[in-house]
Design a binder for this molecule. Structure first.
Ligand code: ADP
Ligand code: MG
Length: 555
């Protein structure tokens, strides 16, 4: 059965449960299920893998070597002498790069899925955002890795395998109610297109609905016009993937090879809820096939295609800028907004997401320069730290109902209180309510005091047995605490000192005036106190009478 990977205990505060995502040196995600401690926040660097495309028969091998170690693998690329002559740094002959793991030419799709995508899919099921993106030059195997090859069923790539895995897990897990939706976005020349638009039989990319970016006041990115299609099972989801890929292909002509020049983002949106629980978990899993990373100079194109190449290179250039900014410590501004792709993937890069990069490499002699540049990019990406948090929220519908119910309950309790006490209680204490009786024993009524006087009296009373009884009125209890707090924080200097602090010493007249003012205020205060005292004595007299009558009646 499918057990949730990261079960958050009810009511647990997120910060209290952060094991930093790592146990020793092993990344949290790579730990066996049983060893993964509950975590509401997982801090991890972006995991970076490399995949080498099988070389054609005529392509020269022997340029690289893979060194597999336990925790990481390294790839050494040796630049052949004839290539090195025209190379950027012809002094160096070999370059070494570290990856989480390197998938050599013969690595099959199922192995790639199991190591790279399955852990991310598991996290998405548990309520964390995930992103897997493929980066590399055109023809290096990005689409083959992300979507797959059409020739054999076993060539299915990460998207169909992830869909199959997710729906398989959802079916097994009867403890929750899941909803799944998918979206498919293509970004071409800084414009977004909805590849899942069902109304269109697009013959050009421009025929598809244009997607634009909106930012809300909390700086969350929303994609306007990108449809979220419900997919209740694997078949429905695969049909949508097929629709999107068809739209992607139709829009492509030999002159306009959009797919190698555009970024495609297939997103699986998962929400889950346990029946009866008020919390909902949401997660997004982005599977990204980026545009070819080759540089403009090499594309050797003109006119329309040059414009495209510039755009593509520009957005990848901005991606690089974002990566560089993120890797720098103390950088407060990250230029996500410079391109649509970096805006859409903002959370995946240095945000709330578990992100994985696959550097696809076509390591023959011709591509050595591009391969080294892809590896260099990967090394920088590997420095970026993300903080994935469990995306939980209280069901807004439930919250609304709960508020209505609580309001009703409060009103009922208020009515009940009025009935019992015979008084209508307001949230604040009235002046009248601040007057309390102080009596020594049952019928010997002593006096009436204001609550603050009683507190003072209580504080001054050295008798260890003395208590301060304000009755079962939460407002009065709160009043006492507030009074004590104010008293505690009251400046320790006397009134006179306070005055002399404000009035210069040499001005005797104003000092006298100040004293007069103080005296006047004290008199006013005394007068108020007397009034209150008279008022309360009248009240207490009535009260005493009532008690007396009652006492006589009983006897
Ligand atoms: P990209 O999307 O990076 O431009 P593709 O995924 O389209 O590159 O790959 C180019 C060609 O190489 C395709 O015909 C693809 O089927 C093939 N190819 C890529 N990677 C592999 C692989 N690992 N095994 C077999 N064929 C591959
Ligand atoms: Mg491609």
């Amino acid at each position: 059965a499918c057990t949730p990977l990261i079960a958050l205990p009810d009511g647990a505060a997120s910060s209290a449960l952060s094991p930093q995502g790592r146990l020793g040196s092993v990344p949290w995600l790579l730990l066996p299920l049983r060893q993964r401690r509950p975590a509401a926040m997982v801090k991890e660097t972006i995991r970076v893998y490399a995949r080498l495309k099988p070389l054609g028969r005529r392509q020269q091998a022997g340029i690289y070597s893979v060194d597999d170690e336990k925790s990481a693998s390294s790839l050494e690329i040796t630049v052949p002498r004839d290539v090195a002559d025209g190379f950027v740094n012809n002094k160096r002959e070999s370059y070494k790069f570290k990856f989480q793991k390197i998938f050599d030419q013969e690595a099959k799709q199922d192995v790639v899925f199991d190591s790279i995508a399955k852990p991310v899919a598991e996290c998405a099921l548990a309520g964390y955002n995930g992103t897997i993106f493929a980066y590399g030059q055109t023809g290096s195997g990005k689409t083959f890795t992300i979507t797959g090859g059409a020739e054999r069923y076993s060539d299915r790539g990460i998207i169909p395998r992830t869909l199959s895995y997710i729906f398989d897990q959802l079916q097994k897990d009867k403890s929750k109610v899941y909803t799944t939706q998918v979206s498919y976005l293509e970004i071409y020349n800084e414009c977004g297109y909805d590849l899942l638009d069902p109304r269109h039989e697009a013959s050009r990319l421009e025929d598809l609905p244009k997607v634009t970016i909106m930012e809300d006041p909390d700086q969350n990115i929303h994609l306007k016009n990108l449809s979220l299609q419900q997919a209740s099972n694997e078949e429905e989801a695969l049909n949508l993937l097929f629709l999107g890929d068809t739209n992607r292909m139709i829009a492509e002509t030999p002159l306009n090879q959009a797919s190698t020049r555009s970024h495609c983002i297939f997103t699986i949106h998962i929400s889950s809820k346990e029946p009866g629980s008020p919390t909902i978990r949401h997660s997004k899993l982005h599977l990204v096939d980026l545009a070819g990373s080759e540089r403009v100079a090499k594309t050797g194109v003109a006119g329309h295609l040059l414009t495209e190449a510039k755009y593509i290179n520009l957005s990848l250039h901005y991606l690089e800028q974002v990566i560089i900014a993120l890797a720098e410590k103390n950088r407060s501004h990250i230029p996500y907004r410079n391109s649509m792709m970096t805006s859409v993937l903002r959370d995946s890069l240095g945000g709330n997401c578990m992100t994985t990069m696959i550097a696809t490499l076509s390591l023959d002699k011709r591509n050595i320069e591009e391969s080294i540049s892809t590896c260099r990019f990967a090394q920088r990406v590997a420095l970026i730290k993300n903080e994935a948090v469990l995306n939980e929220e209280i069901d807004p519908k439930l919250v609304r109902n709960m508020i209505i119910q609580l309001k009703r309950e409060i009103q009922e309790l208020k009515d009940e209180l009025t009935l019992v006490t015979g008084k209508q209680r307001t949230s604040e204490l009235s002046q009248e309510e601040l007057l309390l009786l102080d009596y020594i024993f049952f019928f010997s009524l002593k006096n009436v005091f204001r609550l603050d006087e009683l507190i003072e009296k209580f504080l001054e009373d050295n008798e260890p047995e003395s208590t301060l009884d304000v009755g079962a009125d939460m407002r009065k209890i709160k009043y006492c605490f507030t009074y004590l707090k104010l008293r505690q924080n009251r400046p320790k200097i006397s009134d006179e000192k306070l005055l002399s602090h404000h009035i210069p010493e040499d001005k005797d007249t104003s000092k006298e005036e100040g004293k007069g003012e103080l005296k006047k205020m004290k008199e006013l205060l005394q007068q108020r106190d007397n009034e209150i005292s008279i008022l309360s004595r009248e009240k207490i007299f009535g009260f005493q009478l009532m008690w007396l009558q009652w006492f006589l009646c009983v006897r």
